[in-house]
Design a protein around this ligand. Structure first.
Ligand code: TRP
Length: 347
């Protein structure tokens, strides 16, 4: 086995990204991640993963986990992920992720994990009671990425620290074993324009866990519900400004303008050039029409796909086979480098 790192096809980098199957997908997931995944497919060899192993770092109801896994897959397909072009699968079907994560647990230092801000946030005050899995979450994420020697990883700002850790782990492994097994992946942080905030509070992120369903637009909301939620969205009483700077002190207005710009694929400046000086009474119906036009075809297609869960399972299984074909030889090489005896050549 050589020292060379198998790379993605000539000229193209390889993307890996993951999304958790926990709860409803909403506009924030779509504009913040999914839409970008769709557009990256043409420029990269893309591998997209529904990370069910990550989901169980906090308890999940088994039936709900199954349902959410299919929903996320259906949403990705409905939004335009091509399962011929890209690889789409759920993480637990490719055991090499968990295996590589264990190996990474043995090169990762406690001190590195102790610095992870997401663990601190998620574990909260009751840290002693958090699962070991939640603590080791970032080493599994590193394994997800490095199992495929991905070169680029599209993630939101909140995952940047985990990606830096992934680079540290790759580097540590390479240097401990004196072999150049893993390339250092590059983050592709999405712009701030796609950060979607709650419709009830411009200072809070749109979130699946917000108690108010009116705070978010779910990908499965029908046209009536989308219209209603936008009509009720919190605003101030002033007209929209003509200048972008004037939005900085108006979080709710900034959020709605940002959503409009993202859905219309234009800049905030363009939106204000059109709507500056006009009130929300005029702007909201236009935003609602645009949101319905962009989102309801995705919701409709999701519902259609979910009528045949067996078909979704088959698509994911095929994706898992393609993923395994890449991950298995990589693990064989890792076994060899570490010095594990046995089935290293046909791992
Ligand atoms: N931690 C990511 C999130 O919560 C999900 C994820 C898991 C991921 N594995 C990944 C993202 C690998 C990018 C690459 O958003």
């Amino acid at each position: 086995m050589g020292n060379s790192t198998e790379q993605a096809p000539a000229g193209k980098g390889r993307i890996f990204s993951g999304i958790q199957p926990t709860g409803n997908l909403h506009l924030g997931n779509y504009l913040g991640a999914i839409r970008n995944w769709v557009s990256l497919q043409n420029d990269f060899e893309s591998i997209y993963c529904v990370v069910d192993l990550h989901a169980i770092t906090v308890h999940q109801d088994p039936l709900q986990l199954q349902k959410s896994t299919r929903e996320v897959a259906a949403c990705l397909i409905a939004a335009g992920i091509s399962t011929d072009q890209s690889i789409l699968f759920n993480q637990s079907c490719v055991p090499q992720h968990a295996e590589l994560a264990w190996i990474f647990n043995c090169v990762t230092r406690l001190g590195w994990l102790n610095r992870m801000t997401q663990f601190k946030e998620k574990a909260g005050k009751n840290r002693e009671n958090a699962s070991v899995g939640l603590y080791a979450y970032p080493t599994l994420m590193a394994a997800d990425i490095l199992c495929y020697r991905a070169t680029h990883v599209p993630v939101g700002e909140d995952q940047k620290q985990h990606l830096e850790l992934t680079r540290d782990i790759a580097q540590a492994f390479n240097s401990i074993y004196g072999r150049d097994v893993f390339p250092l992946p590059n983050p592709q942080i999405f712009g701030t324009a796609t950060r979607v905030m709650s419709l009830r509070d411009g200072a809070a992120k749109m979130s699946k866990s917000d108690v108010s369903d009116n705070s978010r637009i779910n990908m499965t909301d029908d046209a009536d519900l989308i219209l209603q939620k936008i009509r009720k969205a919190k605003t101030d009483s002033d007209a929209l400004p003509s200048e972008v700077v004037a939005l900085s002190s108006r979080p709710e207005a900034a959020n709605l303008v940002g959503i409009y710009a993202a859905l219309a694929d234009c800049s905030t400046e363009n939106v204000l050039a059109e709507f500056g000086g006009r009130g929300f009474g005029e702007f909201k119906p236009m935003l609602a029409d645009l949101a319905v036009a962009r989102l309801s075809p995705i919701g409709d297609e999701m519902r259609r796909l979910l009528k045949n869960p067996g078909d979704i399972d088959a698509v994911l299984a095929k994706g898992a086979d393609r993923a395994t074909a890449i991950a298995r030889p990589l693990l064989a090489q890792v076994h060899d480098v570490i010095g594990f005896l046995g089935k290293s050549t046909d791992h």
